[in-house]
Design a protein around this ligand. Structure first.
Ligand SMILES: C[S@@+](CC[C@H](N)C(=O)[O-])C[C@H]1O[C@@H](n2cnc3c(N)ncnc32)[C@H](O)[C@@H]1O
Length: 280
């Protein structure tokens, strides 16, 4: 499809049949019903404004929001990797597709592989991004070559071995990388210089939740030098994300998890991003 050749109503109807992680503007006024709205974070993430002529990689692309952003910034080519089959994700074994999913994490079962939503967005935007079914753990310069710019967002928390993943990114990074990740808010504020990571690893979908200093340490320990780190910013929930009533959250105000939940409900998921280069 050439952008603009399908009517906005048709596009909206096709988009409504799919599940979306990102809020993507498929055409003027046609927004996808995403679980997260990454649009306000574009101005916070230190992605180079000009990627003209660069070979770029988006790791864990889902609907492709960040891959399309790199293309908009002039990238010569963008490769986007993801795992098509969610059962191959590296989630904690007890956060499988069974009970945990149908209980308090029930809404997660509404997530499908992003291949279909990515495909529609690619078509609507007239994009040339190439999507590969590939785990970050399998990035290999002998297979994929090297990239001038790599973006990885909100993925490390879902990985058992985030340092190995970063190490694989380093192996294909011939220039700069930006890592934009979820962090724990309160230990980031109370321990700004001490690297801390809390292990979850049971029924939630994540393993490690670092504070901002812990995240910085992960990147450095995988062999990168950090050129810039943002302050804490928040990734807002999208229209598809369930929003439990605040009254429920207030009852858990006495616990760290409860406090983090209130922040998420009101502001979104706390994040920080770094711009880094492989050590030579
Ligand atoms: C929380 S979403 C983040 C989406 C996007 N990167 C962003 O920052 O908005 C995590 C994405 O990583 C993908 N993913 C999960 N495990 C992966 C792995 N081992 N290698 C590559 N991608 C993975 C998921 O399918 C999903 O698309």
């Amino acid at each position: 499809m050439t952008p603009g050749t399908t009517s906005p109503a048709d596009l909206a109807a096709r988009a409504a049949d799919l599940s979306w992680y990102h809020t993507v503007e498929l055409a003027p006024g046609v927004l996808t019903n995403g679980h997260f709205d990454t649009r306000p974070t574009v101005a916070k993430v230190p992605m180079p404004a000009d990627l003209t002529g660069k070979r770029c990689l988006d790791v864990g692309t889902w609907d492709g929001f960040w891959a399309f952003e790199m293309e908009r910034r002039g990238a010569a080519s963008v490769t986007a990797i993801d795992i098509e089959d969610p059962t191959r994700w590296d989630w904690p074994p007890q956060s499988n597709f069974g009970e945990a999913y149908t209980g308090r994490l029930g809404y997660l079962s509404t997530f499908k592989s992003g291949a279909a939503s990515f495909g529609l967005a690619k078509e609507a935007l007239g994009s040339s991004v190439e999507r590969l079914d590939c785990s970050v753990y399998d990035l290999d310069p002998a297979v994929h070559g090297t990239f001038d710019f790599v973006f990885l967002g909100s993925l490390l928390l879902h990985l058992r071995d985030p340092i190995r993943a970063l190490d694989r990114v380093r192996s294909v990074c011939g220039g700069e990388a930006v890592f934009a990740e979820s962090i724990e808010l309160i230990p980031s504020l109370t321990h700004p210089r001490t690297a801390i990571a809390r292990l979850e690893g049971l029924d939630q979908s994540w393993w490690w939740q670092p504070n901002a200093a812990g995240f910085r340490r992960m990147v450095r320990s995988a062999g990168f030098t950090i050129e810039e780190q943002t302050g804490i910013y928040f990734l807002p929930l999208g229209t598809a994300h369930p929003k439990p009533p605040l009254t429920q959250a207030w009852r858990r105000l006495g616990t760290a998890g409860g406090r983090e939940r209130i922040v998420t409900r009101v502001k979104g998921i706390p994040h920080t991003a770094v711009r880094a280069r492989p050590l030579t």
